[in-house]
Design a protein around this ligand. Structure first.
Ligand code: NAD
Length: 322
C-alpha cells in the first residue's frame, strides 16, 4: 500500500490532557500534532527547550488553537523526572493519555545516566518507570491510557540480569534491545497490576516499525552492524520507498493505542506491512520476550528497586492473575 494512504482516524480528544515524551522530534512530533489537532491539551516534557519551542510553534501552526505546554524533563536523571512529576501533581489536573515515546539508541560507546545506569536502560526504561510512578495519582484520576513505545528490536532481546548496566562488557544493540524488552514487560505488568488493584489505568505497547529519524540517521554504521539478509531486503525495498514508514506513519500505532479509548489494555500495536517495518497500524501478537509474565514481575520489582520509586503493592501472598 502506498505510504501516503496509511492513516487512522483519531477521535475527538477535547477535554483530555495528554502527556507525551520525545514530542519535539521524529515520531513523537507527528504524534503530538495529531493529539493537538484532535483537541487534547498537550503537555510536552522536553529535554531541549529550544527544540521544544520550535515543535510547539509547528504544532500550533498545524492545529490553530492547540494548547501546548512545555516542561523540562531529562529522563536520564531521576531527579529531573521527580521534579517534573512534582510540578504536574502540584497543578493537580488529571492526565488522560500518557505516551512514553522518548528514546535513545546505540550511543557510540557505553554511556551512563546521572544515576549511573547504562544510558539506554536508564532513559528508555527506568526514566519512564519513574515517570509513571510520579504521575500515578494523576493517571488514576484520569483513568488514563498509557502507551509505551517499544521497538522491533525487542523481538530478539534478552535481559542481561547478571549485568543490567553492561559494566562488564558492552554491546550497544544488545543494551538497546534489553531496554525495550524491560520497558515492554513493564508496560504489560502495569496493565495487569492496574486491573488487579483497581487503578483504572489501561496500558498498551506500540512499536513504530522503522522510520528515518535522527535515532537512525545518527548511526549509519548500524546498517553495517546488522547486515543480515533481512536487513538487506528491507534496505533494498526502503531505497525504493516501498516498505519503511515515515516519521508520521510510524507514529500511528502509538496513536491507535493511546486514543482508541474503548479498547482494552495489555496489547501491542505496530505496522502490519512487510516484516512489520512499515504499513497500516494494527494490533499485533506480542513479541516472544514480552509474553513472559514471570519475567515481567521480575522487571517490575527490579525497576522499583533501581529507581527507588514504589507503586502500591498487592496484599502479601496475592498473586496477580494474567
Ligand atoms: N525511528 C525508528 O525506526 C524506530 C524504530 C523502533 C523504535 N523507535 C522508538 O521510537 C521512539 C521515538 O524515536 P524517534 O525515531 O522519533 O527518535 P528521535 O531521535 O527523532 O526522537 C527521540 C526523542 O526522545 C527524546 N529524548 C531522548 N533522550 C531523552 C531524555 N534523556 N530525556 C527526555 N527526552 C529524551 C529526544 O529529545 C527526542 O525528542 C523511541 O522510543 C525509539 O526507540 C524508533
Amino acid at each position: 500500500m502506498p505510504r501516503r494512504n496509511i492513516d487512522i482516524t483519531v477521535p475527538d480528544l477535547s477535554g483530555k490532557r495528554a502527556v507525551l515524551t520525545g514530542g519535539s522530534d521524529g515520531i513523537g512530533l507527528g504524534i503530538a500534532r495529531r493529539l493537538a489537532a484532535a483537541g487534547a491539551e498537550l503537555v510536552l516534557p522536553v529535554r531541549n527547550r529550544g527544540k521544544g519551542e520550535a515543535a510547539a510553534a509547528e504544532i500550533r501552526a498545524a492545529a490553530p488553537g492547540a494548547v501546548v505546554r512545555l516542561h523540562d524533563l531529562d529522563l536520564s536523571s531521576l531527579e529531573s523526572v521527580a521534579g517534573f512529576g512534582q510540578t504536574l501533581r502540584a497543578e493537580g489536573a488529571p492526565v488522560h493519555l500518557l505516551v512514553n515515546n522518548a528514546g535513545v539508541m546505540t550511543p557510540p560507546e557505553r554511556q551512563t545516566t546521572t544515576d549511573g545506569f547504562e544510558l539506554q536502560m536508564g532513559t528508555n526504561h527506568l526514566g519512564h518507570v519513574a515517570l509513571v510512578a510520579h504521575l500515578l495519582p494523576l493517571l488514576r484520576a484520569g483513568r488514563a491510557r498509557v502507551t509505551s513505545q517499544v521497538s522491533i528490536a525487542a523481538a530478539g532481546g534478552e535481559i542481561n540480569w547478571d549485568d543490567l548496566s553492561w559494566e562488564r562488557s558492552y554491546d550497544g544493540m544488545k543494551a538497546y534491545r534489553q531496554s525495550k524488552v524491560m520497558f515492554g514487560l513493564f508496560g504489560l505488568e502495569l496493565d495487569r497490576r492496574s486491573r488487579e488493584l483497581g487503578w483504572g489505568i489501561t496500558s498498551n505497547l506500540s512499536h513504530p516499525g522503522v522510520a528515518p529519524t535522527s535515532l537512525l540517521s545518527a548511526r549509519p554504521e548500524l546498517q553495517r552492524d546488522t547486515d543480515t539478509t533481512q536487513v538487506r531486503v528491507i534496505r533494498w525495498l526502503s531505497a525504493r520507498g516501498l516498505v519503511v514508514g515515515t516519521p508520521v506513519t510510524a507514529g500511528l500505532p502509538a496513536l491507535m493505542a493511546a486514543t482508541y479509548l474503548d479498547s482494552e489494555g495489555g496489547r501491542m500495536y505496530g505496522p502490519s506491512g512487510f516484516q512489520h517495518v512499515g504499513g497500516a497500524p494494527a494490533e499485533q501478537r506480542l513479541y516472544k520476550p514480552l509474553r513472559d509474565e514471570e519475567e515481567a514481575r521480575r522487571v517490575w520489582l527490579a525497576s522499583e528497586k533501581l529507581t527507588g520509586v514504589t507503586f502500591p503493592a498487592p496484599e502479601p501472598g496475592v498473586r496477580l492473575a494474567s
